[in-house]
Every structure is written in structure tokens, then in C-alpha cells.
Unconditional design. Structure first.
Length: 79
């Protein structure tokens, strides 16, 4: 195995059996959860301080909700 392959294995894990597939799904779930949390914080700050984040609007909450659904579905199908 090359060093580059080992270095980015967490980013795109090799799936060879059910256990590695479930581990990859868990990574996807936690990535979606991180996006939900980060987006919610940024959206709340953007609405509270509208002069700083003029380019963000209430649509960020829709994106956050969609990623929450993605995270929920990944969690449901990976179990």
C-alpha cells in the first residue's frame, strides 16, 4: 500500500465486507451530523448579526434540515 492510500483511508475507506461498510456508513453519519451542527450555528449567527453575514439567509436552515434527514437515513440503514 502506498502512503497516500493509508493517509486518506479515513476519507474514502475501502469496503471489503459488511463490517467495513458499516464503519464507512458511520463515518458518513458523523460527517453529516458535523455539517448539521456547523450549519445551524452559522445560520443562527447569520440571522442574529445580519450585517456580518449578508450572503446567508434563512435557506441555510433548509440545508441543515436536509442534512439532518441524510444523517438520520444513514444511521437507519447502517445499523
Amino acid at each position: 500500500m502506498s502512503t497516500a492510500k493509508l493517509k486518506f483511508n479515513w476519507l474514502w475507506p475501502e469496503i471489503v465486507d459488511i463490517e467495513t461498510a458499516q464503519r464507512a456508513a458511520k463515518y458518513g453519519y458523523w460527517a453529516a451530523i458535523w455539517i448539521v451542527g456547523f450549519s445551524a450555528v452559522v445560520a443562527t449567527i447569520a440571522i442574529a448579526i445580519s450585517t456580518v453575514f449578508d450572503f446567508l439567509d434563512d435557506g441555510v436552515y433548509l440545508d441543515t434540515a436536509l442534512f439532518a434527514v441524510v444523517a438520520w437515513r444513514i444511521k437507519q440503514t447502517s445499523g
